[in-house]
Design a protein around this ligand. Structure first.
Ligand code: UN1
Length: 508
């Protein structure tokens, strides 16, 4: 168990060294502070983008788009390939910054950078595979086809919890698709954003691509609002809370822009009587307590068959009591800090409400290291037994709280599973093939990510990532999510020399 923490001075030096190796000079400014959740203290004062900076970024990325869109896609892929190489070279420095700013444990911080490298590889391949279909025309001597063209400037609004990977999912794919990008990261993670922006800048220099294919704008929500409202931004890809999405979606729609929303999750796993419990316990602990419960895909509800509930709960509480909580740079730590004391207040408020709504806390919930770091928020992940899905269970609390419910029939489990407003990720643990297939079927989970015998979090980049209902409906990353970053045109070419109207219409 970690009882000591690095000093803020150590963390500042570590961040500065990594940034310098990447080529970033920390921009000194009075507007806001880079901070670390490890001690909860400030690292550097930074300058925020002004309205003039935002305007300049819009003009520059729009102008760059006009050349980038007609750069052959495989040439565009070369920029993304170079970015991937630089990410590999600086993997350790970038992971340090993720740990310093987001508090992720080493292995997860390295995993986040790996996710960036992976999406670059994917997008390089994609740059030669932006396929359109040829369609059988109903008319003789006609060719009917679908063509995909670049869309325009993409505004990326990202959250603190995947401060770099979510940017890379959007940016690597958007650049390969011929778009240019303006990035407004979370104000909680400016340093990793500066590092990613600098590496992309270096990549552009190395392959002779226009620098203005990408602009970073640090700052508060006013910057994001400008991207949301400006008609020069063709697509707004926003990751964050459902509350944020409720504002972004209608505002972008009001100007007929496109939005791609990745909002809250309230992910559940069903554990059936036939489940391999060793596998289930390991998977559940990672999915529920990993990343200190701060993934969109974090497991928040467990729906367990009544016959195995006592055994599973007993094994989970035993595992929770042993979780090493503390300094995320310590290789033995599994649970780092929450992002802020505000997040801790939100968690404690949810626990108070859960108790008032009949929940019983079975494990965890105590704050740790409050003496060593009063401004930080270390907390024991919590398991709460509930009899029904009360209000608080149906909400996403961005903290490590796992609500446990029981079921008797699979139909009941699926009904409980789907009876929340969100629809991101889901799992079933079972060795019964019929149950697994039913869960994956149209009558099963209503989520965008549906798994068997693996937890809800930690998706690979090759599949499309996103969810339904209040999660927002967007798809990013792999599979055919690239289509959201392009516009399609349907082409009818008449090579017959005669006019033939569709639907057999005759005229003249
Ligand atoms: C997020 O939490 O915003 O599937 C993204 C996962 C990660 C991405 C999570 N690959 O958990």
């Amino acid at each position: 168990m970690t009882t000591t923490l690095p000093t803020t001075e150590d963390l500042r030096a570590r961040a500065r060294a990594g940034l310098e190796r990447i080529g970033v000079t920390v921009p000194d400014g009075p507007d806001f502070q880079a901070r670390t959740p490890i001690t909860g203290e400030h690292l550097f004062g930074l300058a925020a983008a002004t309205a003039a900076d935002t305007e300049a970024a819009l003009t520059a990325t729009r102008r760059a788009f006009l050349t980038w869109r007609s750069t052959p896609a495989p040439r565009r892929g070369e920029l993304v390939r170079r970015l991937g190489e630089l990410l590999r070279d600086h993997k350790s420095d970038l992971a340090d910054l993720v740990t310093v700013e987001a508090g992720k444990i080493r292995s997860e911080a390295l995993g986040e950078v790996q996710e960036m490298i992976d999406i670059c590889d994917f997008a390089v391949g994609l740059s030669r595979q932006l396929y359109g279909r040829t369609i059988a025309s109903e008319r003789p001597g006609h060719r009917l086809a679908e063509t995909w063209h670049p869309l325009g400037v993409v505004g990326v609004i990202s959250a603190f919890n995947f401060p770099a990977a979510v940017w890379s999912w959007n940016t690597a794919v958007a650049l390969a698709c011929g778009d240019t990008v303006i990035w407004k990261p979370s104000a909680l993670t400016p340093l990793i954003s500066l590092a990613c922006d600098r590496l992309l800048d270096r990549a552009a220099e190395d392959v002779d691509a226009p620098r203005d294919v990408h602009r970073l704008l640090l700052g508060d929500r006013t910057v994001g609002e400008k991207l949301v409202d400006d008609p020069r931004v063709a697509l707004v890809s926003a990751t964050g809370s459902t509350r944020m999405g409720r504002e972004v979606g209608p505002r972008v729609a009001a100007r007929f822009g496109r939005s791609l929303l990745e909002l809250g999750g309230n992910n559940a796993a069903v554990v059936a009587p036939s489940a391999d419990l060793d596998l289930a316990v390991q998977s559940i602990v990672f999915a529920a307590a990993g990343t200190a419960g701060q993934r969109c895909t974090t497991l928040r509800r467990l729906i367990v068959h009544r016959d195995i509930a006592d055994t599973l709960i007993q094994r989970l509480t035993a595992a929770y009591h042993k979780l090493p909580i503390g300094d995320p740079f310590d290789e033995t730590t599994l649970v780092g800090p929450l992002i802020s004391t505000t997040a801790l207040d939100g968690m404690q408020d949810a626990l108070t409400r859960a108790r008032a709504q009949g929940g019983k806390v079975l494990a965890g919930g105590n704050q740790r290291l409050a003496d060593a770091a009063p401004r930080a928020a270390y907390v024991e992940p919590v398991i709460v037994r509930v009899d029904e899905q009360t209000d608080v269970v149906r909400e996403e609390t961005f903290a490590p709280i796992l609500y446990v419910l029981t079921y008797d029939t699979l139909d009941e489990a699926i009904a409980l599973h789907n009876d929340v407003p969100q629809g991101l990720s889901s799992s079933i643990f079972t060795r019964d093939q019929q149950e697994a297939e039913l869960f994956l079927s149209a009558e099963g989970s209503d989520c965008g990510i549906t798994n068997v015998n693996i937890g809800t979090s930690g998706a690979e980049i090759g599949g499309a990532f996103g969810g339904e209902k209040e999660t927002g409906g967007g798809r990013e990353s792999g599979s055919d999510a690239w289509r959201a970053y392009m516009r399609s045109a349907t082409n009818t070419v008449n090579y017959s020399g005669r006019l033939a109207l569709a639907q057999n219409v005759s005229f003249l």
